[in-house]
Design a protein around this ligand. Structure first.
Ligand SMILES: O=C1C[C@@](O)(C(=O)O)C[C@@H](O)[C@@H]1O
Length: 519
């Protein structure tokens, strides 16, 4: 495994401050420093009262960190709508007072740079910025734009876009790796998130993190940059792993995998990837930098066709939740770590309660039991194959009856119409397993079966792990069932993934501690 040193890159973590008063702004600068910012971006246009001569002196002289001074006009998405001359005079004054950086919009940059000879050597560096509404422009168009921005004489360039698809971000990565001048480039929003997180890998000079009181829509928090993603540890050699899913923001994968990578000194980063189109995704992210993936809803079955090889267990199940890019030939190999994870989680919970089926000779406490599965998607398939392998008899419910029938056939079980689930009378000691997203954050109050039938199950498992104790589990516990949280499955499938991603042995106890502390 590669080693991870402290502070491997020179990327600065910047906190944007949109405070409304000068007093607050000064407080916020100190707060940002306390929380670990390297630099702050001050949005003067957010101040409700601002007298440049007086206030800039206060701000600049009391700064505890290097500052980037921005005075964004309405015509470029900011709040300032006074006259241009006063706005630009204020920026020049900030420079003269000692601000480390001032930000000029591309539209005005040529003239101001020329008039004030700003491109020349000075303690204050000029950032020329541009906001492009969509990254629909081609790689070439974006390169031309960057060349134009560079020709202003800027010391640094800032290009912000809104991404409509994760594949557009590859253009940002291309720019970051090829730009001649220091570049800040990223896309905002959920689909743009990885352009921000992976900036340090591709040579971005700055990554933005927002803080309480100054939360900015579309930006990750400073705490997540530091604690979850460890952006200071990311460098050009860092291997990228990601969760391909839609939705993806509920996943706790990043707060489990990233600290674990760091704990064992593995140079990897794990990021959420909101993917809309699998085919486009795999055709764009071909490089060895993207080394492996977790696969979440709704892609566990569909992703199989993009794997060059599929492990026999995953093939039999018909669902892949882990992909590793083989470093020798770049081929994508699909695995399933959900199956063992979910079944051993249920078995261990039963064993812990001393429930070994009354017959010590039986290989599993699930042997001979009825296993009622709700949801015949990827996770459901893994559960039912696991249950079958332990000698349980599987009964499948899914809103798509044909899908339920296909799965039932594959595990020699039975499928019943979804409408029958509410009043379904299970056999004695039956296990209920929810493998649908019902009850998942933010729709926490829903349960897949009726409360009345819950008391008929002796064990209830929920593959949903956000929240840790779903409404289904709370109700089942109240009804007297043994409950097994999806968190246990999540932990175990992640252990399996870590082993496949790194080729090493996962530090299971460490991972369990994270899960206990943070989930
Ligand atoms: O089902 C899950 C959960 C998951 O999708 C997540 O939410 O992090 C990650 C997958 O690897 C796993 O199989």
């Amino acid at each position: 495994m590669g080693s991870v040193g402290l502070l491997k890159n020179t990327t600065m973590v910047c906190v944007p401050l949109m405070s409304h008063s000068v007093e607050q702004l000064v407080c916020d600068m100190f707060q940002a420093k306390t929380e670990g910012a390297d630099i702050v971006e001050l949005r003067l246009d957010c101040l409700t009262e601002f007298v440049p001569e007086k206030d800039l002196r206060t701000i600049v002289s009391s700064r505890p960190l290097p500052i980037i001074v921005v005075y964004r006009p309405k015509w470029d998405g900011g709040f300032y709508d006074g006259d241009e001359k006063s706005r630009l005079d204020a920026l020049i004054l900030a420079k003269e007072l000692g601000a480390e950086y001032i930000d000029l919009e591309l539209q005005v940059a040529f003239d101001i740079m020329e008039e004030h000879k700003l491109g020349q050597q000075s303690n204050c560096k000029i950032i020329v910025s541009c906001f492009v509404d969509r990254v629909t422009s081609s790689k070439e168009d974006l390169s031309d734009l960057v060349t134009r921005m560079q020709s202003t004489g800027a010391h640094m360039i800032k290009l912000v876009t809104t991404a409509t698809d994760i594949t557009e971000l590859s253009r940002i990565f291309h720019l970051l790796s090829h730009c001649q001048v220091p570049l800040i480039a990223y896309s905002t929003g959920e689909r743009g998130l990885i352009s921000q997180l992976l900036g340090p890998k591709f040579g971005g000079v700055l990554v933005y993190g927002s803080v309480e009181g100054n939360l900015v829509a579309g930006l990750p928090t400073l705490a997540s940059l530091k604690e979850a993603y460890g952006v200071k540890n990311i460098d050009a050699d860092t291997k990228v792993y990601g969760l391909i899913s839609k939705p993806v923001s509920h996943s706790k994968g990043p707060i489990l995998h990233n600290p674990t990578f760091r704990h064992v000194g593995y140079n990897g980063v794990y990021v959420p990837m909101l993917v809309d189109d699998l085919k486009q995704f795999f055709s764009v992210y071909e490089s060895p930098d993207f080394a492996g993936y977790s696969v979440g809803i709704p892609y566990k079955e569909a992703v199989m066709e993009f794997c060059d090889e599929v492990h026999p267990l995953a093939k039999a199940i018909g669902a892949v939740n882990t992909i590793v890019k083989r470093h020798t030939d770049g081929k994508l190999i699909g695995y399933n770590t959900d199956c063992e994870a979910s079944i051993t989680a249920i078995e261990d919970a039963l064993k812990a309660r001393g429930l070994v089926n009354g017959q010590a000779s039986l290989p599993s406490p699930l042997t001979g039991k009825q296993f009622v599965l709700v949801g015949a998607g990827g996770a459901g398939r893994a559960l039912s194959f696991g249950a079958k392998s332990r000698g349980a008899r599987v009964t499948v419910f899914d809103i798509d009856y044909d899908r339920a029938k296909t799965l039932a056939l594959a595990v020699s079980g039975e499928a019943l119409p979804f409408e029958e689930l509410t009043n379904f009378q299970p056999e004695k000691d039956a296990v209920l397993a929810n493998a649908t997203p019902i009850g998942m954050h933010p729709n926490k109050n829903r349960i897949p079966v009726s409360e009345e039938t819950l008391r008929d199950y002796s064990v209830v498992f929920d593959a949903v792990y956000t929240p840790r104790k779903t409404t289904l589990l709370t109700d089942a516990e109240a009804a007297g069932a043994i409950i097994v949280s999806g968190v246990e499955m999540f932990l175990r499938q992640a252990v399996g993934q870590f082993n496949l991603f790194t080729g090493g042995k996962a530090p299971e106890e460490f991972m369990r501690e994270i899960v206990l502390a943070k989930f």
